[in-house]
Ligand binder design. Structure first.
Ligand code: HEC
Ligand code: HEC
Length: 425
């Protein structure tokens, strides 16, 4: 009986908004009961976001909900309604921010069109000339000649000063293929030191490397640059490039977006601006293990990530583990606090706006699960494998829960119940 009643209640909730959608007085209805509308939309948004977090197959449903909210906000001019915005500021700003990449000319998800972003940031993300020499491009296009490509880099280093040494290593990614080939996991990463005094960023230039024996060569190479600021923050800038392998053997490089090959929302995965390198175990030669340590230490020295003013991370709200002890007891039972899992739910002490950036939706499931279950996080903590899995599950549950009596981190913030967060950048 309870089941049936809840099914009916659930259907009423589902039917109500779409009836609004067809009625000419829909806006009047939304405006007459704004809290009800916002709560219903927040529930749908978070439920579908969680499904999309768990499976890409659920992305279309999430996008339908998000686009529907954007449409109603626009048609009913809710974002211009001072009273509505005052009462639902987090919701309005969050939706505006996460729906940026729904616009075809905003694939990067930044607050300016992609063209403008690339025009304004060009000098930060250009690949240095010496990495574009035909001889190097040829060597770096194949796994088979990677050692020779590295010899080329060592040769370059022999002519560079101590502070300008390139740090490089090859590895296999445990997280993703390249934009042109989902199955291409091999990488050569070259960290090119910049010069803060001259306003030249460090450039992390990463080549996708074709697997041994591949006929169709991997095209992508990417750049993330890091420009440190005086106030303990750094700005990260992004660009993907594609190589074109011509029949005559020449190799040209051009922006992926400029070639009409689309683009990605880099910041959605790159929460910390530059991402640390956590390669497939055993995929880095012992000679290059030190380079992994060096580049990760370099990343940790940058400070708190910003995106050059192109993304206001504060609008994405609090991240994983940003919940109070009482809320946690309520959700997982009062004995939970004494467990190792509960003690490990402290991600926000480092992953917050002042430090490494909050881990909030939209975010990448593979990166999170691999750092937690793969044993890297929480930083410096020893846990059993079953505890790690449980930790991951409870973090996700606590973040995405939509229960009215005990809303999770995202829902309670979107409904304005945590106005103290986040501290502005
Ligand atoms: C689906 C998640 C995801 C997206 C989207 C993404 N990246 Fe990454 N990227 C990663 C991960 C994870 C790493 C760390 C290396 C690894 O494990 O593969 C990484 C590493 C890199 C690196 C090496 C330097 C570093 O930060 O470690 C570059 C360069 C890079 N990405 C560029 C980009 C650019 C440019 C975009 C957007 C056009 C982008 N990425 C979008 C997940 C992503
Ligand atoms: C004591 C500080 C600290 C705590 C607590 C911590 N982290 Fe981290 N986290 C770091 C540091 C430092 C790095 C960079 C690691 C490296 O350099 O290899 C990192 C990197 C990461 C990354 C990859 C970078 C990114 O931003 O996506 C993820 C994902 C991550 N941590 C998740 C978590 C989760 C989930 C928790 C909680 C269970 C957690 N961390 C707890 C300090 C911390």
């Amino acid at each position: 009986m309870r089941f049936r009643l809840s099914v009916i209640a659930c259907c009423l909730l589902l039917v109500a908004p779409s009836t609004f959608a067809r009625s000419p007085s829909r806006c009047a209805l939304v405006k007459s009961q704004p809290d009800r509308w916002v709560t219903a939309r927040v529930n749908s948004l978070i439920t579908t976001a969680r499904a999309a977090y768990e499976s890409d197959d659920a992305l279309p449903a999430y996008h339908r909900v998000l686009d529907g909210i954007t449409r109603t906000l626009r048609r009913c001019k809710l974002s211009e309604d001072a009273d509505f915005v005052n009462h639902h500021r987090e919701f309005v700003e969050y939706v505006a921010t996460i729906s940026l990449d729904r616009r075809p000319d905003h694939e990067l998800g930044f607050n300016v069109p992609d063209k403008q972003y690339f025009d304004e940031t060009r000098s930060f993300v250009e690949v240095p000339d010496y990495l574009l020499q035909p001889a190097f491009l040829k060597l770096v296009s194949r796994w088979e000649t990677l050692d020779k490509a590295k010899a080329f880099l060592r040769q370059l280093n022999s002519t560079r000063s101590a502070s300008e040494q390139l740090v490089f290593l090859s590895y296999i990614s445990r997280h993703l293929g390249t934009p042109d080939n989902d199955d291409s996991y091999r990488r050569l990463l070259i960290v090119v030191p910049g010069n803060v005094a001259l306003g030249i960023p460090d450039k992390w230039v990463q080549f996708g490397i074709s697997d041994p024996g591949q006929r169709v060569l991997t095209r992508n190479l990417s750049v993330v640059s890091a420009l440190t600021n005086a106030n303990g923050t750094f700005d990260a800038y992004f660009k993907d490039y594609f190589r074109t392998f011509r029949r005559n053997g020449s190799i040209t490089i051009k922006g992926r977006w400029e070639l009409g090959e689309g683009d990605d929302n880099c910041a959605q995965c790159h929460k910390s601006g530059v991402l640390p390198i956590f390669p497939v175990a055993g995929s880095v030669t012992s000679a290059e293990l030190e380079a992994v340590e060096i580049v990760n230490a370099r990343f940790r020295s940058y400070g708190s990530p910003r995106f050059g003013g192109y993304l206001d991370q504060a609008k994405l709200g609090p991240g994983l583990s940003m919940a109070g002890g009482e809320d946690r007891n309520h959700r997982f039972g009062k004995d939970f606090a004494a467990t190792n899992v509960a003690r490990a739910m402290t991600c926000q002490s480092c992953h917050n706006p002042q430090r490494l950036g909050s881990l909030n939706w939209p975010m990448d499931p593979l990166i999170l699960s691999s750092f937690v279950e793969g044993g890297q996080m929480p930083f410096g903590m020893t846990l059993k494998n079953v505890e790690r899995r449980r930790l991951y599950e409870t973090l996700i549950e606590e973040y995405f829960a939509t229960d009215n009596a005990n809303p999770g981190i995202l829902k309670s913030w979107l409904l304005g119940q945590h106005r103290e967060f986040p501290a502005r950048n």
